[in-house]
Ligand binder design. Structure first.
Ligand code: COA
Length: 157
């Protein structure tokens, strides 16, 4: 299967929102502190729409070049770190590959493209955010050479 990557477009809002909703639901399964909202589909749709309209967000879609079927997505935000050099960082907020296409290096290709996009926008560092219990994400980023930069602790109130 030949995979290509392009920017997410208006026409992709439903399919990308669906993938992101699946990712958030998976987070809920991993940890109850990520319990999803009742109107998750609406929220993910708005999230994707707002992301499309933001100059600080990049969303890339991986698709099967012969069928056009979308198979995965990555979303990154470009952030000014203000206090630190390099000032500009890219944050991978979401990366998702459809289950039947996993372990074929699609996320690896998405990450490579995300790094290219981040560099183009002046980022000197790229970080990824995911639930601490997500051992697959941990293995994936570890293999790609990512190290822990910050720690987020929580206390339910
Ligand atoms: C994480 C995810 C994006 C990886 O996508 P993928 O296309 O299957 O990943 P790749 O094929 O590029 O995997 C590259 C490497 O990551 C690691 N990896 C990927 N999936 C793994 C798994 N299920 N178990 C252990 N390691 C895994 C392996 O080191 C793998 O290399 P290998 O196949 O040579 O062993 C995919 O599993 C997914 O969509 N998961 C649900 C969403 C999610 O958890 N996203 C991350 C948090 S936002």
């Amino acid at each position: 299967m030949h995979i290509e990557v392009r920017y997410v477009k208006e026409d992709d809002v439903e399919v990308v929102a669906d993938m992101i909703a699946r990712l958030k639901t998976l987070n809920e399964e991993l940890d109850p502190h990520f319990k999803v909202v009742d109107n998750l589909e609406d929220e993910t749709r708005n999230y994707v729409r707002e992301s499309l309209g933001s100059s600080n967000v990049v969303m890339l879609l991986a698709y099967n070049a012969s069928t056009g079927e979308p198979v995965g997505v990555v979303r990154l935000e470009i952030v000014d770190r203000i206090f630190y050099k390099p000032r500009v960082k890219a944050v991978i907020t979401d990366i998702y590959v459809k289950p039947r296409y996993r372990r074929r290096r699609i996320a690896t290709v998405l990450l490579e493209k995300a790094k290219e996009e981040a560099r183009k926008r002046g980022a000197g560092i790229i970080v990824a955010v995911y639930p601490a219990n997500n051992v697959i994400a941990e293995a994936f980023y570890e293999r790609e050479g990512f190290k822990t930069l910050q720690v987020e602790k929580y206390l339910p109130l």
